[in-house]
Design a protein. Structure first.
Length: 199
């Protein structure tokens, strides 16, 4: 029997995948701690409870769960992320790849069965741009854009005022409170992780 590993960033996602595995007759285990024994056949779902953590802490948490494992112990490894990319998705994927000694991953964030699709680089929910959907009111990860790449390059965070994230910082404000200054553009440019553009 195939051995499948799923790393989920919250209990809801972990339970969803475990439920699907169980419904299709797979021996299924959902764990919230590190695996202490060699995985058996079937589906193993690990909840890292890392979605609400800062990126560095989320990466360290995923590393802690995955590093003791070996990619060869599983026939398939799946990183369960939020379908609208809430949370430190890139940091968690990078930590998982590094821990398993893998060079790349395929990220498929959309969920067509729930009307969550990407068209021309724009994320839509039931035909509405993500930033105009109910996800704009999410208390931890409010959608501020529908551009999929913005989930990996957070220009708002680079230029915002730490005391009031809804506005530019004093050095990043271009004067009209709508456009960044030269220093703001510089901060945004420096926030881009150049590893996104290399193999």
């Amino acid at each position: 029997m195939n051995r499948v590993l799923v790393i989920a960033d919250d209990l809801t996602g972990a339970a969803e995948i475990a439920g699907i595995g169980s419904r299709y007759g797979l021996p299924t285990r959902l764990v919230r701690d590190q695996l202490v024994h060699r995985p058996e056949g079937g589906l193993t779902v690990i909840d890292t409870d890392s979605r609400l953590l800062p990126a560095s802490e989320a990466a360290a948490t995923v590393w802690k769960f995955v590093e003791p494992l070996r990619a060869g112990q599983f026939d398939l490894v799946f990183k369960k992320s939020d379908s609208v990319l809430r949370g430190p998705v890139l940091a968690e994927i990078d930590a998982m790849l590094t821990a398993l000694g893998r060079a790349s991953a395929l990220l498929v964030p959309q969920n067509q069965s729930r009307g969550r699709v990407i068209r021309g680089g724009e994320y839509q929910v039931e035909g509405v741009p993500l930033y105009a959907s109910a996800f704009a009111n999410d208390p931890q990860y409010p959608a501020r854009t529908s551009n999929v790449l913005d989930g990996f390059v957070d220009f708002d965070k680079a230029a915002q005022d730490p005391a009031n994230p809804a506005v530019f910082s004093s050095t990043a404000d271009g004067g009209d409170h709508l456009h960044p200054s030269d220093a703001g553009y510089k901060a945004m440019g420096e926030s881009i992780d150049l590893k996104l553009f290399t193999k």
